[in-house]
Design a protein around this ligand. Structure first.
Ligand code: OGA
Ligand code: ZN
Length: 368
């Protein structure tokens, strides 16, 4: 193993033949001494050194890289394994990284797996497995919930704090006499993602069924990532329009007027689909210019037709004590109309954002 100093960087030739380069400024910015010993947050002030700072000398002593600086008495000391793991260009390992597995109309939602509420509430192992499976598939069913409006949020609280919205920290989905939301009627709800009108639509949604006794009221689910993947393969132009054009969404009632512009498909910088945002009842008046309106409608309508097709959609009927949990920025949900006169239907809902989900996965992966 050998360390050498070049004009702007330090180079290590590893014993296995690999070579890594470390810009001096990065080493200074990453020096473990520049982080608070208790909080782990960076206390080093980047403006205190010049951009072209250089090391005076460097050496490797047993398992430590030691770097001397011209402006400082104390050298920086980096554990070698650590500096290799974090070398520039290499992302930090992320235990919350779970690759999505797309599903279509033939998906068996439980995959033979049951997630009993008791297990999630009392076992970190079950909680971790359920978080990973739900993130992978975008959806899962939890069963055995207590007959209480608090039972769903008790599960959500095992993940992270709830995401409060203009509908409150939790919300009752029942047919109400004076609804401010189509969900609070007995009408059908075509497949959608919730709260597309928000600055950040909520991440994971929890819909706990307390009663489903009315005629109708079945649930629908559709993996938006599968629809987006197939649209990209079959009609890349239509995909690009949905991924490249922001459209307006709006919710308003007596107390609020919440608006946001969103793309139906949001991709990462590398083109991977990261989010789906689709809600025809919250889409505001399309205000695109005339030349783009019809081409946009062609793409938007095609996406909508795909969500209506049995090729992509699964149906299920929630029973009292069951809860649907899904990534609201990936999986679309909907329901059939129901007849309130034939029985009571009552769901209780709440949300937890994606960041809280991932945080719990990471913390659980630290082990006991
Ligand atoms: C909702 C919703 C579905 C249902 O409340 O956002 O979509 O089954 N409800 O009532
Ligand atoms: Zn909804």
């Amino acid at each position: 193993m050998q360390v050498s100093l070049e004009a702007e960087r330090l180079t290590i030739n590893w014993a296995d033949g690999g070579v890594s380069a470390f810009p001096y400024l990065w080493l200074r910015d990453t020096d473990p001494a520049g982080f608070h010993p208790q909080t782990g947050e960076r206390t080093f002030d980047l403006t205190g050194v010049s951009l072209d700072i250089r090391a005076r000398s460097a050496s490797i002593q047993s398992d430590t890289l030691i770097v001397d600086w011209p402006d400082r008495d104390a050298p920086s000391r980096f554990p070698l394994a650590w500096v290799r793991r974090h070398r520039p260009g290499r992302s930090r390992h992320d235990p919350a990284q779970v690759s999505p597995r797309c599903w279509r109309g033939d998906h068996d939602i439980s995959n033979g797996r049951r997630f009993p509420a008791d297990g999630i509430l009392h076992s970190d192992t079950v909680l971790g497995e359920w978080l990973a499976v739900t993130k992978r598939d975008g959806v899962s069913i939890v069963d055995g919930l207590a007959d209480s409006v608090d039972a769903g949020q008790a599960i959500a609280a095992r993940v992270e704090h709830l995401r409060t919205t203009n509908f409150g920290a939790t919300f009752e989905v029942i047919s109400k006499p004076d609804p401010n939301n189509l969900a609070y009627t007995s009408q059908a709800l075509p497949l959608h993602t919730d709260l597309t009108n928000q600055e950040l639509p909520p991440g994971y949604q929890f819909l706990h069924c307390l009663a489903n006794e009315a005629r109708g009221g079945g649930s629908l689910l559709c993996d938006g990532f599968a629809v987006a993947a197939d649209l990209k393969a079959s009609s890349p132009q239509l995909f690009d329009r949905l991924a490249g054009t922001e459209i307006p969404f709006r919710f308003h009632d007596r107390d609020t007027d919440l608006r946001a512009r969103k793309r139906v498909i949001t991709c990462d910088a590398d083109g991977t689909v990261r989010e789906i945002c689709f809600n025809a009842h919250l889409a505001d008046i399309l205000d695109l210019d005339e030349a783009t309106l019809l081409p946009y409608y062609a793409a938007y309508r095609q996406f909508m037709m795909m969500t209506r097709s049995p090729e992509y959609t699964i149906s299920l009927r929630l029973a009292a004590g069951q809860m649907m949990v899904f990534d609201n920025r990936r999986v679309l949900h909907g329901r059939e109309a129901f007849e309130p006169a034939t029985g009571f239907r009552h769901l209780h809902g709440c949300y937890v954002d994606r960041a809280g989900w991932d945080s719990r996965l990471r913390v659980l992966s630290r082990g006991g």
